[in-house]
Design a protein around this ligand. Structure first.
Ligand code: ATP
Ligand code: MG
Length: 252
């Protein structure tokens, strides 16, 4: 059975997509069968594994709005063992199109049920809001990884996200747990250090030991459509995401 992991935080630009793409790529590189689902209309995760969302005829949009089987939209990526269910800009309107539909929070979950035997890991990259797309991801997932940027406002909005997770667990998906909090974009400054202490103080063991540093290679890799282990294998960013992938694996 696949571990289905949503990567969520309604705060923008905290490293959701970077974390999703790179965890998926590290585990695929180890031989795990990995599916990446891009639930963000921005399509950054699709681009991060070398797929242009504008050229995809079938996407997560068709799954959510037209009940197309998930299998029909999944495509190979240039990377072995790593498949993608791409995003499409039409996803922006999916929430409105589904507003009168029953079980609209379950669209992704229902569509993914037949896939669970085919993969070891399924990662779902969420958009930066607590919208119906994120809700679909949280309902489909067993676990959530929450990236937090090592910046002053790191904890802002976190209580809202944790509250949403509790509501989802109580009403829609009782199996949902928090896999871990991933600290991202760490810099060797007092501010970053203080944020790490603060977050660990508040959230304790749920915070992963591995901290992802701010690393230029990590920000360059997406423009080459390459996960960091394929773009700059020996960079600090690659080593950090490999370590985080090991932690995700061992904590599962
Ligand atoms: P959004 O909310 O828009 O979906 P996000 O939470 O998915 O954003 P990312 O796209 O992963 O965040 O990261 C935001 C930006 O920061 C991107 O340009 C990315 O390349 C860069 N970035 C992410 N992590 C790092 C890092 N550790 N070091 C340097 N740059 C990073
Ligand atoms: Mg993103």
């Amino acid at each position: 059975m696949a571990r289905i992991i949503a990567v969520a935080n309604q705060k923008g630009g905290v490293g959701k997509t970077t974390t999703t793409v790179n965890l998926a790529a590290c585990l695929a590189d180890e031989g795990k069968r990995v599916l990446l689902i891009d639930m963000d209309p921005q399509g950054n995760a699709s681009q991060g594994v070398g797929v242009d969302k504008n050229t995809c005829e079938k996407s997560v949009y068709n799954v959510l709005v037209e009940n197309m089987p998930c299998e029909d939209v999944i495509q190979a990526t240039p990377y072995e063992n790593l498949s993608l269910a791409p995003s499409h800009r039409d996803l922006v309107g999916a929430a409105v199109e589904l507003v009168t539909e029953e079980r609209r929070e379950f669209r992704l979950s229902d569509a993914m049920a037949p896939l669970q035997e085919q993969y070891d890991y399924i990662f779902v990259d969420c958009p930066p809001s607590l919208c119906l797309l994120t809700l679909n991801a949280l309902v489909a997932a067993f676990e959530v990884i929450i990236p937090l940027q090592c910046e002053y406002y790191a904890l802002e909005g976190l209580s809202e996200l944790l509250h949403t997770i509790i509501i989802v667990r109580e009403n829609l998906n009782p199996r949902l747990t928090i896999a871990g909090i991933a600290l991202t974009m760490y810099q060797h400054t007092n501010l970053s250090k203080n944020v790490v202490e603060d977050v660990r103080g508040h959230l304790g063991d749920s915070v992963y030991t591995t901290i992802i540093p701010r690393n230029v290679s990590l920000s360059e890799a997406p423009s080459f459509g390459a996960p960091i282990i394929h773009y700059a294998k020996r960079s600090a960013g690659a080593l950090a995401y490999q370590a985080l992938a090991e932690e995700v694996k061992s904590r599962g």
